[in-house]
Design a protein around this ligand. Structure first.
Ligand code: RB5
Length: 146
């Protein structure tokens, strides 16, 4: 079964989130849109939390987050122990985030990346499996630290 994808953004990521959501739906994915849906200024940690909560509840299997730079929302998402959020810039980093890091959330900077490059990243992210093996040992060391 294809994983349901939870998607959210702040005001800096709305344009790209809208494009990525449409791309996911065109590909037949079920998308859980957790906002925002207008350009009112909001706080990006709240939207990272929404996607993290959806993953924790099992409402979605993978997440997509977008803020202006991609930095703040990925820091916020990675505060959750069950989230491995990867800020990607191209197909290579998108592929590695799955193969080596078992990322369950892909993150974009809506003011940084071009729309077509982001769509390509998302396609690669969804199509790539975790390699396991030595990477499993490393991923197991990614838990929270005091
Ligand atoms: C909002 O202006 C901006 O700070 C936010 O989208 C993001 O880039 C933070 O890291």
């Amino acid at each position: 079964m294809k994983a349901i994808v939870a998607i959210a953004c702040d005001h800096g990521g709305l344009e790209l989130k809208t494009a990525l959501k449409a791309e996911l739906e065109a590909a037949g994915r079920t998308v859980l849109d957790l906002g925002v849906n207008d350009t009112t200024s909001v706080d990006y940690p709240d939207y990272a939390d929404r996607v993290a909560d959806a993953l924790k509840a099992g409402a979605a299997g993978l997440g997509v987050l977008v803020c202006g730079s991609g930095i703040g929302i990925s820091i916020a998402a990675n505060r959750h122990a069950h989230v491995r959020a990867a800020l990607v810039h191209d197909a290579y980093t998108a592929r590695m985030s799955r193969q080596h890091n078992d990322a369950n959330v892909i993150v974009f900077g809506g003011r940084v990346i071009g729309e077509e490059v982001a769509k390509d990243c998302l396609k690669v992210f969804l199509a790539t499996e975790f390699e396991g093996g030595r990477h499993q040992r490393r991923v197991a060391k990614l838990g929270p630290k005091a």
